[in-house]
Design a protein around this ligand. Structure first.
Ligand code: B12
Length: 318
């Protein structure tokens, strides 16, 4: 039997099944347990293609699907939404025998895709322009092969801690030297985190520094950036404190989490023991970006007062 005959048979069977309503033209979302609260309205089903069979499903990462309680015969169905809202952990998802339910599996896959996007794509250049940030690069070359771009960034964290020679030149040309605070943004492991928080944090950090009587240097953006880049910045510009806003490793479905890594007068050879971090900055569940920004200024003041950061600062303030 050749391909044409095979396809003709498949077409005929599919048509028969649709006519007999044995398969729905478009599949609805997985039904919710009777004991759960009423489901949110479902988005419109995808248009049925001319053949009559559609296999598209609604996006499982949409809030109305992500946070839907899926425990069957729950003892206290009213408490489930509150439990789910209280944590970013995957609770109240139910199970099918010993396995995840299909909806949970699809959400895992969707979240994995979100994570990959956050990691592999570049920060929106418009946002960088709006904030007046120029861009320098580390010693990771642009490109997409293993010897450049995000692939190399992942394989060579050491190169992501060094500003390229061109970048160093640009920084020295464009930046005011020896400020109290040098503010820097780095893509790190999540472009989504930078886009979700930096716009809100910038004015709070700049105004907070002004109110505290601290000078702020010329801010800029570092592409393919790792935390250890703090040392090069300290060496080049001699600020009192560097605040590096950088995308954290994106957890599943938590791609928008940002950190502010900070150090007092960082220099080559410094390690994480000389640094501090304000972590898990994101809206709806983390440290919200406005608070996170205010906290970085308080921490910068403390670092300047005690002329220390990291373990030394902890010991000085014990
Ligand atoms: C990956 C990770 C690690 C890895 C880092 C290895 C690596 N090469 O990436 C390992 C497992 C070694 C680690 C160890 C520790 N970590 Co850690 N880590 C993380 C995690 C999951 C992601 C960090 C990230 O994305 N960084 C951004 C990328 C771009 O940075 P990077 O240059 O690739 O990697 C550097 C940073 O990750 C840094 N780093 C990692 N953890 C910490 C902690 C502190 C206090 C500092 C200053 C730096 C630092 O080390 C890497 C090398 O320079 C975060 C969770 C989060 N929500 O952020 C916790 C997190 C940052 N870690 C935390 C802690 C407490 C630690 C430890 C102190 C634990 C311990 N008691 O030993 C140690 C410190 C290690 C150190 N570097 O000195 C806390 C910090 C809490 C806080 N506010 O102080 C976090 C937020 C986890 C949490 N509890 O929520 N960590």
């Amino acid at each position: 039997m050749d391909d044409a005959q095979l396809n003709a048979i498949i077409d005929a069977v599919v048509k028969e099944m649709i006519a007999a309503q044995a398969v729905a033209p478009a599949r609805p979302a997985e039904p919710v347990a009777a004991s759960s609260p009423a489901p949110a309205p479902q988005p419109a089903a995808p248009a049925t293609p001319p053949g009559g069979l559609a296999i598209d499903l609604p996006d499982p990462a949409l809030p109305e699907h992500r946070y839907q309680p899926r425990v069957q015969r729950a003892k206290n169905p009213d408490a489930l939404p509150a439990l789910i809202a209280a944590t970013t952990a995957r609770v109240g998802v139910g199970r099918a025998g010993p396995r995840y339910r299909t909806a949970s599996l699809l959400l895992f896959q969707a979240d994995h895709a979100i994570t990959q996007d956050a990691l592999y794509r570049d920060v929106d250049p418009k946002m960088l322009d709006d904030l007046g940030l120029f861009t320098v690069q580390t010693n990771i070359k642009s490109g997409t092969s293993p010897s450049g771009g995000k692939q190399e960034y992942l394989l060579r964290p050491d190169l992501g801690r060094q500003i390229s020679d061109d970048g160093k030149k640009t920084i020295l040309e464009k930046c005011v030297p020896s400020p109290n605070i040098q503010l820097v943004v780095g893509d790190g492991l999540s472009a989504a985190a930078v886009e979700a928080n930096v716009r809100e944090m910038f004015p709070v950090i700049l105004n907070g520094a002004k109110s505290a009587g601290l000078t702020v240097g010329t801010p800029f953006f570092i592409k393919y950036c790792r935390v250890g880049v703090l040392n090069d910045i300290g060496h080049l510009l001699k600020p009192d404190v560097v605040i590096l806003l950088i995308g954290e490793r994106p957890g599943l479905g938590r791609a928008e989490s940002l950190s502010a890594y900070m150090a007092y007068r960082p220099k080559p050879g410094d390690t994480d023991a000389d640094r501090d971090v304000v972590c898990n900055i994101f809206n709806n569940g983390g440290t919200n970006p406005l608070e996170g920004a205010a906290f970085t200024i308080q921490l910068a003041q403390k670092m300047i007062k005690h002329q220390a950061s990291g373990v030394r600062l902890k010991l000085a303030t014990k």
